[in-house]
Design a protein around this ligand. Structure first.
Ligand code: GLN
Length: 495
């Protein structure tokens, strides 16, 4: 087995024992990227030189016996939505093509403090809006299991680089499913932490009350390792919560002595693909054989998740994206703004309009229009306020459920990875990709996606476990129990 096929935890042990250096490991990944990236397109930028410099610095520290961080020498790929000081951060948008942040996101600071090596920036749907990474303004990303298919989104690059062995660890963001759904479709593990568990400072905002940063990796223990570094209170994000961060990677191998899992009937209603349903039911049976108790639970408002999410997320997006006006920063139209174009707008308004219509792609414009409409006078009460009330009811459903069960078990998606272009002309079909994931964001609870099978045509299937707020430790332990009993996480696509 080559070094890049090993898990991050195994690589860390080899780095610590001196069997490999960080430069060797980083170079092995850069070679792999060179070889397979043309077919996958997981990255927007590979930062080879900077990565090798960081790796050499970690090796030097190790040699001289200086204290080292928890990820010392491990390469990490980061979604291009996280600000990094003095290096471009595009958010998958033409609007931020030339944006160079003057500061680091808190998670980037944490990675640096942990002595991780930043390999490069992964591709994503523009402003994290999408479920297929086809909305990137730069290029699409291909699913490593079948390059004619999408890798999921919006963190499609973050998931594809893991399953194609182009990075051992990556960071994604999840507003309505963007970590869990691509993890499921690419056959890796992805954790959406509780809202407030990880600082959002320096994360380019899509929908601020829903966005969370989280880890992706090949295994549950690797996700635990990275999560331990990311989590924690941050004075720079007032929504981050000040509760202690458990040693996730230390406890992940302790099986839970008692585990009650809730199954939601609506998850297996019309629309779910038969192979997905069978794999998830098999996973439930695996938990039963591990001693878990299974209970049917009601989530009476789950059916309203998509409608609620697709009001709240666009409303927040329309407000967050108002800052991209061509005047403050980011793209500005080079259309001679004073040229009359037949409208009765003044030159400033014309500049705003042209900048925004040229700088944003179609999906982002659609979200801004939906959000602006739902927030406008006369519609605010009917749409936005109503959605907030339903959101509260969904949270109530979760609170009731977690009074009865430890975790909820179910599918991540209703189907395996679909073909490129299959849903691009049908926004509703694309939005329905998020059926099983958005409710966790609306309620702010934690969720994890892990491999639980393959379709007959060889595409990965994901299993979702959701837990009450700040129960990531238990969630990871329960996920590890499943991983110990199965081998789906060990399979890799042929490339
Ligand atoms: N697919 C969902 C959307 O398009 C979720 C995206 C996300 O989680 N960033 O909004």
């Amino acid at each position: 087995m080559s070094i890049i096929q090993k898990t991050a935890t195994e690589q860390l042990a080899l780095l610590r024992s001196g069997e490999i250096t960080s430069v060797e490991l980083t170079q092995a990944y850069l070679n792999r990227i060179h070889q397979v990236e043309p077919a996958i397109g997981a990255f927007l930028r590979v930062e080879s030189e900077a990565a090798l410099t960081q790796a050499a610095e970690v090796d030097r520290k190790r040699e001289t016996g200086e204290p080292l961080g928890k990820l010392a020498g491990l390469p990490v790929a980061i979604k291009d939505i996280l600000c990094t000081k003095d290096t471009p951060t595009t958010c998958g948008s033409k609007m931020l093509e030339n944006f160079v942040p003057p500061y680091n996101a808190t998670v980037v600071e944490k990675l640096q403090a942990a002595d991780a090596v930043i390999l490069g920036r992964t591709n994503m749907d523009e402003f994290a809006m999408g479920s297929s990474t086809e909305n990137s303004a730069y290029h699409p990303t291909q699913n490593p299991w079948d390059t004619s298919r999408i890798p999921g989104g919006s963190s499609g690059g973050a998931a594809a680089c893991i399953s194609a062995d182009m990075a051992p660890l990556s960071l994604g963001t999840d507003t309505g499913g963007s970590i869990r759904q691509p993890a499921a479709l690419c056959g890796c593990v992805g954790l959406k932490p509780t809202y407030g568990r990880v600082s959002r400072y320096g994360l380019i905002a899509f929908a601020s009350s829903l966005d969370q940063i989280g880890p992706l990796a090949k295994t549950v223990e690797d996700v635990a390792l990275l999560m331990e570094v990311l989590a924690g209170h941050d004075a720079l994000d007032s929504t981050s919560v000040d509760t202690p961060v458990p040693a996730y990677s230390g406890s992940v191998h302790q099986p839970l002595e008692s585990l009650t899992l809730g199954v939601v009937n609506q998850h297996f209603g019309a629309g779910i693909d038969a192979e997905i349903e069978a794999a998830v039911k098999q996973a439930i049976a695996t938990y039963t054989s591990l001693g878990a108790t299974i209970k049917n639970i009601e989530m009476p408002h789950a059916d309203y998740g998509i409608a609620t999410y697709y009001i709240i997320a666009p409303c927040e997006a329309s407000s967050n994206l108002a800052r991209y006006d061509g005047a403050h920063y980011g793209y500005r139209t080079d259309h001679a703004e004073l040229v009359e174009d037949g409208t009765d707008e003044g030159p400033l308004v014309r500049m705003y309009r042209k900048t925004r219509s040229e700088g944003f792609g179609a999906e982002v414009q659609r979200r801004i229009m939906l959000g602006t409409y739902a927030l406008s006078e006369g519609y605010y009460d009917a749409f936005y306020l109503k959605a907030l009330k339903v959101r509260r009811l969904i949270r109530q459903d979760y609170d009731n459920a977690f009074g009865e069960v430890d975790m909820i078990i179910g599918p991540v998606t209703a189907n395996a990875a679909f073909s490129k272009g299959e849903k691009t002309s049908d926004p509703m079909a694309m939005y329905l990709e998020d059926l099983y994931t958005v409710t966790a964001n609306l309620a702010g609870v934690a969720g994890i996606s892990l491999p639980c099978g393959f379709t007959k045509s060889g595409l990965p299937i994901g299993l979702q476990l959701q837990a009450a707020p700040f129960q990531e430790e238990k969630l990871l332990r329960a996920a590890q129990m499943f991983q110990n009993a199965t081998d789906f996480h060990t399979r890799r696509p042929e490339l």
